[in-house]
Design a protein around this ligand. Structure first.
Ligand code: GUN
Length: 291
């Protein structure tokens, strides 16, 4: 029987465990706070940010949201980031990606104070992760690591294949998997759009992490018998539904499920974990900053 790994359940366990730390910080006079910044009118980005803010509210973390017009000058975004960097009541800053094309993405990430960079995307935090001394692990890959741990999947010595090389998921995921640390020590291959024979690579894997951003790229014929399949994809595809679309992962769930040993669904797999790990990083930021 294929195990369905329930991301909501694991995420709830993580946020429940954070409640004590939040209470402790509050009794010391510190209410953890997260500022989100959205410079986009993309519906999916709006949904992600509002889910992050809603979870803050549920946990008693102060949530502040800044909405910028997608056509606003880049300086407006930099000014908001500068203001949040300087505000002692703000512990974490998250600029929802992607930003519009006229804004230099790398410059935005460099602008965020590294101690408040709860995404872990600032070059200083990326460098610390690569060097094996992470401060803030990027939320989605960290969430995948926690899902694997909760599902008792041994990464040490496993053959892991990460499909996708994004700065947000693929690259940090591979870095976590090769760390000499729990949840690491995997022999890790990173595949991408120029990989010659993707199926040949994924079929050999004990753990497949699909983070390419292509709907149902990976089907059952590309999965080895008993492999653990983690689907990071969230793709909106046109469908005859009320909203006019449905969400599908990077994995064709129906064909992959009978072959896999364990698999995450979309929605309800990795998504809730990203938010839980963002809350974890926000509480960590508040602890670090309160000394
Ligand atoms: N866009 C998609 N995933 C993420 C994320 O984890 N953080 C930010 N800031 N933007 C994203």
């Amino acid at each position: 029987m294929t195990r369905i790994i329930d991301g909501n359940e694991v995420a709830d366990g993580i946020t429940a465990a954070l409640e004590d730390s939040i209470e402790e910080l509050k009794s010391a006079g510190v209410t953890p706070s997260l500022a989100t910044v959205l410079m986009s009118d993309d519906g999916a980005s709006e949904t992600y940010v509002s889910m992050k803010q809603r979870t803050c509210e549920e946990l008693g973390i102060d949530g502040i949201h800044h909405q910028l017009d997608a056509s606003a000058p880049a300086e407006e975004l930099f000014d908001v980031v500068d203001e949040l960097n300087a505000d002692p009541d703000v512990n974490g800053i998250l600029v929802q990606m992607p930003v519009p094309d006229h804004v230099d993405n790398a410059a935005v990430l460099r602008r965020i104070e590294p101690m408040k960079d709860v995404d872990g995307f600032h070059p200083e935090n990326v460098g610390r992760l690569v060097a094996g001394d992470p401060r803030f692990k990027p939320c989605t890959p960290h969430g995948v690591q926690k899902l694997l741990e909760a599902a008792d999947v041994e990464t040490e010595g496993a053959e892991a294949v990460v499909v996708g090389r994004s700065d947000i998921v693929g690259k940090p995921m591979a870095n976590l998997l090769i760390q000499k640390a729990p949840g690491g020590n995997a022999t890790t291959t990173v595949c991408h759009s120029r990989t010659k024979d993707l199926a040949e690579k994924t079929r050999e894997a004990d753990i497949v992490i699909a983070a390419a951003g292509y709907p149902e790229l990976i089907d059952g014929s590309m999965i080895g018998e008993g492999a653990v399949v983690i689907d990071v994809g969230v793709n909106r595809v046109e469908a005859d539904t009320e909203k006019g679309y449905k969400l599908v992962g990077d994995v064709d769930f129906e064909s992959a499920k009978p072959v896999a040993g364990a698999i995450t669904p979309v929605p309800g797999g990795v998504g809730p974990m990203t938010i839980a790990m963002l809350m974890y990083n926000t509480v960590k930021a508040a602890s670090i900053q309160s000394g």
